[in-house]
Design a protein around this ligand. Structure first.
Ligand SMILES: Cc1cc2nc3c(=O)[nH]c(=O)nc-3n(C[C@H](O)[C@H](O)[C@H](O)COP(=O)(O)OP(=O)(O)OC[C@H]3O[C@@H](n4cnc5c(N)ncnc54)[C@H](O)[C@@H]3O)c2cc1C
Length: 349
């Protein structure tokens, strides 16, 4: 039996891993000539819910802390439970496909209109598999993200820390992530790409640590509208194509991988792939964050600032990873009963 995975990103890796492990001859169709070319901060938190482990060779930096700022003022530094990696994404994807025993075909663009692709000079009809071709196929809300990769090492940048600088005006954040010895500096939010580039340049100008030579200037989009499941030519959508991105943080690598894995496993077992994805903890996480995002959108800037400032670091971490349980979260907010009730009203449905 054979199966195809459309798209060689993280969702495709999860899907191919499940399909090939179930014994199906699995071919990954990747439109680009290489893996991991799509712009990404390349961060993956260690939550312990990925279907495979991240191999040492693909780890560029181990992350042990997060440092945050709120509209330019330092907020907190937290090292209790936000561990993770910055990865060499192309290397990680190659490793996963090889480990699973899936074949990757490059420059193999799947034609959505005909349901076919060219594989080794031949036209193939894709009948069974998973559709994981990324944000361009998502039917919900998307926001732009722009970033520079700067030559490092840069003095006074911590290479085991990710920095998050909240910008309440654009409802987004600047990030400073290590990338091996180099540094990624970007911003995503509810603004046009041109505006994001302008505020990113200002942000860099103000921070004397970030004076590295620019190695790359990249931009793309993230799907922040929540999970939207469906089929493309009979193939279940997975990953960012189905909205598997945490809407508040833009974290898509982990949720996309898990959704791809669940879709692939269900296809291999003849079960309902949409139901398998719908029931997963990442769907719940994306949906809870989407509700919080809706709420944040409805706030005045001043109120938004107050909410971010008032949350303790461990709540920030649990909200960011969507690992929180509502009752435990309410207990953590018990010292602010009115606020607790507001949060509860937004989350409990
Ligand atoms: C600037 C930026 C920074 C980010 N930083 C982070 C971060 O640090 N951590 C995090 O978790 N998330 C981050 N994200 C989000 C994350 O990159 C995505 O959510 C994640 O890559 C989604 O994985 P995917 O496999 O669903 O899609 P993709 O990674 O987009 O993979 C889809 C693949 O399909 C291929 N493809 C497209 N069309 C076709 C076709 N017709 N035929 C065949 N192949 C096709 C593409 O070439 C691509 O390789 C970031 C996003 C951006 C834009």
């Amino acid at each position: 039996m054979e199966a195809y995975v459309v798209g060689g990103g993280m969702a495709g890796a999860g899907a191919a891993f499940a399909l090939a492990r179930a014994g199906l001859r699995t071919t990954v169709l990747e439109a680009q000539p290489k893996l991991g070319l799509k712009p990404c901060g390349r961060g993956i938190p260690q939550v312990g819910d990925l279907p495979f482990s991240v191999p040492k060779e693909a780890i560029l930096n181990e992350i042990r802390a997060v440092a945050t700022w709120l509209d330019g003022e330092p907020l907190f530094r937290y090292s209790g439970g936000l561990n993770g990696y910055i990865v060499d994404k192309g290397g990680l994807l190659e490793h996963i496909f090889a480990e699973a025993g899936a074949e990757v075909v490059y420059n193999a663009k799947y034609n959505v209109r005909t349901g076919t692709a060219r594989v080794n000079g031949e036209q193939v009809e894709v009948k069974k598999g998973v559709f994981a071709a990324g944000f361009a196929f998502y039917e919900g809300e998307r926001i732009p993200v722009v970033q520079y990769i700067m030559k490092g090492p840069l003095k006074d940048v911590s290479y085991d820390t990710i920095e998050v600088h909240f910008n309440t005006e654009i409802m987004g954040y600047y990030y400073v992530f290590p990338h091996g010895e180099d540094v990624e500096v970007g911003v995503g939010g509810f603004a046009a790409p041109r505006e994001l580039w302008a505020i990113l340049d200002k942000f860099i100008e103000k921070d004397s640590r970030l004076r590295g030579r620019i190695l790359a200037k990249e931009s793309s989009a993230v799907s922040v509208g929540g999970v939207k499941l469906g089929y493309v030519n009979g193939l279940p959508k997975a990953g960012e194509a189905a909205g598997y991105v945490m809407p508040l943080t833009g974290e898509g690598n982990r949720p996309s991988t898990i959704s791809g894995y669940l879709a692939g496993k269900a296809v291999a077992e003849g079960k309902d792939p949409l139901e398998a994805q719908r029931r997963s903890h990442v769907t719940r996480g994306v949906e809870l964050q989407r509700r919080l995002l809706e709420w944040t959108k409805s706030m005045e800037v001043r109120e938004r600032r107050e909410v971010i400032r008032s949350l303790p670091p461990e709540v920030h971490a649990e909200v960011a990873l969507a690992t929180f349980r509502i009752p435990k979260m309410m207990m953590r907010l018990a010292h602010k009963p009115l606020f607790m009730l507001k949060v509860a009203a937004k989350l409990v449905r």
